[in-house]
Design a protein. Structure first.
Length: 162
């Protein structure tokens, strides 16, 4: 899931995330079967949609991408706090990994540095989703006669949210 607000930043996070997933064998094509892309107005809207998507149990992980940049009012604090709490609640309530990939920075420059100038945290968010999906798959109850599926043999479906 990707927040459209601050899209100069979120587009870069998405590119970094896609690069990670692709390098780990996930088909990131929007017309493919492994990744769905859902755009929402901004980071405040992310948790509600992330929870609904996770409740569908069609995905091994939900990746929430967004950027909240501090302004002159307390609005930043409210949006950042609710986004973080809501994303965590979506994961806890559904048992599906929901990755908090929302940058919270004081300036646009800081956000751009974290989305590609110095490094791209989108890559890290993609890797977190893959790792958590694999871990949760290994922790699921399974038939004793059925071997665990490893990430290398069966990349998880990932959902880009943010």
């Amino acid at each position: 899931m990707i927040g459209r607000f601050n899209d100069l930043v979120t587009d870069k996070l998405l590119s970094g995330c896609q690069d990670c997933l692709k390098r780990h064998g996930v088909d990131v094509n929007p017309d493919g079967t492994q990744v769905d892309y859902i755009w929402v107005p901004g980071s405040f809207e992310v948790p509600m949609v992330a929870r609904q998507v996770a409740l569908s149990h069609r995905y091994d992980a939900v990746i929430c991408l967004g950027a909240i940049i501090r302004g002159q009012t307390p609005h930043f604090d409210y949006v950042a706090a609710e986004a973080a709490k809501g994303i965590a609640a979506a994961a806890f309530q559904t048992g599906v990994p929901v990755v908090f990939g929302i940058l919270t920075t004081d300036t646009l420059q800081q956000a751009l540095e974290r989305a590609g100038i110095k490094s791209n945290l989108g890559w890290n968010y993609g890797l977190s989703a893959l790792e958590m999906a694999s871990l949760m798959r290994q922790l699921r109850p399974r038939d004793e006669d059925k071997p665990l599926e490893l990430l290398e043999n069966n990349p998880p479906q990932a959902l880009m949210e943010g």
